[in-house]
Design a protein around this ligand. Sequence first.
Ligand code: NAD
Length: 252
Amino acid sequence: MMRVGLLGCGNVGGIIAEKKNGINIKAVYDSAYSSAKRLAGATGAVACENFEDFLAQDIDIVVEAASVSAVYEHAEEVLLSGKDIVILSVGALSDSEFKDRLVSVAGENNRKIRIPSGAVMGIDNLKIGQISKLSKLLLRTTKNPRSLRVDTKERTLVFSGRADECIKKFPKNINVAIALELASGREVDVELWADPAVEKNTHEIFAEGDFGNFYLKIENNPSPQNPATSYLAALSIIVLLKNLEKPLIIGT
Ligand SMILES: NC(=O)c1ccc[n+]([C@@H]2O[C@H](COP(=O)([O-])OP(=O)(O)OC[C@H]3O[C@@H](n4cnc5c(N)ncnc54)[C@H](O)[C@@H]3O)[C@@H](O)[C@H]2O)c1
């Protein structure tokens, strides 16, 4: 069983630690040391006060569940230290120069960068966009204004345009759009709606291409500690870790 280091001990880190599922968490790090200590207490992992100590621990893979800025700060160092990384704050990879550098560092060091499916379903199938034309790919996301930190009393379109522009404005809310781009190998059009009538984080995907077309709607329960983050995102990391070493691989 791979030895895991958790970078980010907030809501998602807490869910991973609480559910356990046989995941071997050896070390935890958070810029808020008190959060790292809390998770260390729950898991028996070592709480590290600084990132250098964290990387020096006996771990095979770092799971980032912190922030876009944490990916910028630490992902390259993780790969250079000979560890794989799971990146949940995938919005950081909308910066193609940064993404290309990380990918080449991973390649040179024989390491892997893994992006969990996060808060959407259907992402594995969209990889067909890498080999077959997708003429349309639109993500329509609707969240409660609270999660988006906007003030509105009625359903309002707060952003319409390209995913890489949207993530700059809403770095905590639209990571899924970047995951869809990376999976499909093409740009994703995004509509982001604030709707006081919804409590669930809703993602609708509209895709058309040589394969045919599909429409998918997912209504995610917000996670208890952070309504902007769907509970599904935490589950997707746990299942990714559980399947890493299995001989039977499901999906594209
Ligand atoms: N890919 C997806 O589909 C998807 C879905 C939901 C959330 N996310 C992203 O996952 C991340 C974690 O979500 P969450 O709900 O657990 O957030 P959270 O705010 O509850 O927890 C984040 C934790 O990381 C720590 N942190 C932030 N920046 C850090 C840094 N530079 N170095 C060290 N620690 C740092 C914070 O102190 C906090 O404890 C967020 O970036 C969120 O946007 C991605």
